[in-house]
Design a protein around this ligand. Structure first.
Ligand code: ATP
Ligand code: ZN
Length: 607
């Protein structure tokens, strides 16, 4: 990759240099000397000039006779606008300034630019086609497309560790690739496209290659980021080529890395350029997806760490209709990943991977791979026979500093706060009747702005919610902050999103669902139950100041009540909360069952 970037830079410098040279040369040929206006006029009056042209404030002419030591082309600025009129008695042409501006730019900038860009592209193509990616990857396609194909990736699921849930899901796909016919026979339908979603460096690319390795099928890949700054039509041609090549070799895996770079919501590009090109590429991809027939043994995988920016059309049924989460590993996951990577190096017996894993919360698989590498380098530098714990600790310190800069790691106090916050949500959800069961609690940061998370799995699709359910939901939402308040006697900014959601519900209860006695069964605002899925906003009728006051009061009261309720539940289960927090801080994720076991929750589900 680096090599190609440096070539790009090299050629960019070359082109700029060449254009500047050309400009200088053109300028010379066209050389014009600026002279005072009075001098220009006298030359004109003396009949020394021909081809006199006025464009805007500028007048130029070609000297046909007169003093030889003056340049042939002279130009002056019309100082007195009124004079422009009197000039009409001479043989002059008036030309629009804009026109001559464009013509000038065309000659001096645009044409040479196009010419050199073309030459540049040609060079880049040649390099790309000859150089390829190195290793056992071969790039195919002579001119248009740069699709990488590996006949055998030599990576298997054993190389991917710490992401067991995702692995289990993807194993099914491998079974299909190994025997497309047999799979179809049982009536099972493969998803058309599978989207691997997760933070950078968690092994999405590795997973895709491992699937190809497991199934012993060729691996065709292309990266979304390579589609940027491409000429119109090239991107679409690449996509077409990718699918064509893969179809010839089916069964096979097609992998599109960084899907977000080319699959961004259409119409979402600020500014000009690139827009049409990206739309064309995306449209081509969509049409390939629609014509895609999984029963022929092709599996389409893509990866992204920003699923939220993807064009919704990509995620529709029959396109990328299966998402697999590839998350940052928890502690046991990190141990497994460290095992994979330390396999190839010599390590001292004293090195306890468990301890290293404990020191590296928030590390991704790529960070851990990097860590093992660094540690090995440090050991080599001190002439050791094997890598030992001290090398790992030193390497961790270096890497942590880098990650902290990127704001990806929590300090110990933050971790503790997040643990209690998330457990607050989880325990209150477990204690209350009208809530969805807790599936998972985690203190592994997920994306920007989310430091931890609690997943509740709805037991069914919801179209109606009762007042009791809404109230329970609010209590669960406020329980994060309630736990922080109770344990640390201090609150943090981590609850902002919870508060917003709870306020939304409280407000809707007052203004839309007629659930507040004091206001009555009137609808004051339009539907906005973001929590049920639909969304339209605005006032239905104009209501008085007094009613507005009542709404505010009702929202305040509902929130206060929910907070009170959460606090009460948590304080009566303080011991369970502390026990769970200890274990969550150690393990980083807890499933619903584990949590129930720790807290004995199932015995106290009541209220
Ligand atoms: N789960 C894992 N198990 C083992 N190694 C891993 C794992 N995750 C990442 N790695 C290591 O990190 C390297 C980079 O991971 P990979 O490129 O697959 O991540 P990615 O999720 O595709 O990242 P990005 O989103 O930045 O493209 C891998 O080649 C591997 O060495
Ligand atoms: Zn929260």
């Amino acid at each position: 990759m680096d090599r190609r970037i440096s070539l790009h830079t090299w050629y960019a410098v070359f082109v700029i240099f060449a254009v500047l040279m050309l400009q200088a040369w053109l300028g010379q040929a066209n050389h014009q000397e600026a002279v005072p206006f009075s001098e220009f006029i006298s030359a004109l009056e003396n009949g020394e000039l021909s081809d006199v042209e006025i464009s805007g404030q500028v007048i130029r002419g070609t000297r046909v006779s007169g003093t030889a030591d003056l340049p042939q082309h002279i130009v002056a600025t019309i100082v007195e606008p009124a004079l422009a009129q009197t000039l009409s008695q001479y043989d002059v042409t008036y030309s629009a300034r804009a026109q001559s501006g464009i013509a000038n730019a065309l000659v001096s900038w645009f044409l040479p630019m196009v010419f050199f860009l073309a030459v540049w592209m040609l060079f880049i193509r040649r390099i790309a086609n000859h150089g390829g990616m190195g290793g056992n990857a071969v790039s195919i396609g002579q001119s248009k497309a740069k699709v990488y194909v590996e006949a055998d990736t030599r990576v298997t699921f054993a190389d991917v560790a710490g992401v067991e849930e995702a692995k289990a899901e993807l194993k099914e796909i491998v079974a299909f690739l190994k025997d497309p016919q047999g799979y179809g026979r049982l009536g099972a339908r493969m998803p058309k496209g599978i989207l691997l979603v997760g933070p950078p460096g968690t092994g999405k690319t590795l997973f895709a290659r491992a699937m190809a390795g497991e199934a012993s099928v060729p691996f065709f890949s292309i990266s979304g980021s390579e589609f940027v700054e491409m000429f119109v039509g090239v991107g679409a041609a690449r996509v077409r080529d990718l699918f064509e090549k893969a179809r010839e070799k089916a069964p096979a895996i097609i992998f599109i890395d960084e899907l977000d770079a080319l699959g961004r919501a259409r119409g979402a590009y600020p500014g000009l350029g690139g827009h049409d090109e990206k739309e064309q590429t995306l449209n081509q991809l969509l049409s390939e997806l629609d014509g895609f027939d999984p029963s022929r043994g092709l599996v389409l995988l893509a990866a992204t760490n920003r699923p939220e920016v993807l064009d919704p059309a990509l995620l529709r049924a029959g396109r990328f209709d299966r998402q697999v989460l590839v998350d940052r590993p928890d502690k046991s996951g990190r141990i497994a990943i460290l095992q994979v990577h330390t396999h190839r190096i010599e390590i001292e017996d004293d090195t306890d991977l468990d301890e290293i894993a404990a020191l590296t919360p928030g590390f991704s698989g790529a960070d851990l791979a990097n860590l093992v590498n660094e540690a090995a380098l440090l050991a080599t530098r001190r002439d050791a026979q094997a890598v030992s714990l001290i090398d790992f600790v030193a390497a961790i310190e270096r890497i942590v500093a880098g990650l902290e800069k990127k704001n990806r790691l929590l300090n110990p106090i933050e971790r503790k706060t997040v643990a209690y916050h998330e457990l607050g949500h989880a325990l209150v959800a477990m204690a209350l009747k009208n809530t969805d069961p807790v599936q998972k609690v985690s203190i592994i940061p997920r994306g920007i702005g989310s430091l931890g998370y609690t997943i509740q799995r709805p037991t069914e699709d919801r179209f109606l919610m009762s007042k009791a359910e809404l109230e329970a939901k609010m209590a669960v939402l406020l329980a994060g902050r309630a736990a922080e308040q109770m344990v640390f006697d201090e609150v943090s900014t981590g609850a902002a999103d919870d508060l917003q959601k709870a306020s939304q519900i409280a407000r809707a209860m007052a203004t839309r669902y007629g659930m507040v006695e004091d206001i009555g069964q009137v609808a004051l605002e339009k539907e906005d139950h973001a929590f049920l899925g639909t969304r339209t906003e605005g006032q239905i009728s104009h209501y008085s100041e007094a009613t507005a006051q009542k709404i505010d009061d009702a929202v305040q009261a509902a929130i206060a009540h929910a907070f009170e309720r959460a606090t009460q539940i948590l304080s009566s289960h303080r011991e369970a909360l502390d026990d769970a927090a200890l274990i969550l801080l150690e393990k980083e994720t807890l499933t619903g069952q584990e949590l129930a076991r720790i807290t004995g929750a199932l015995t106290w589900k009541s209220a």
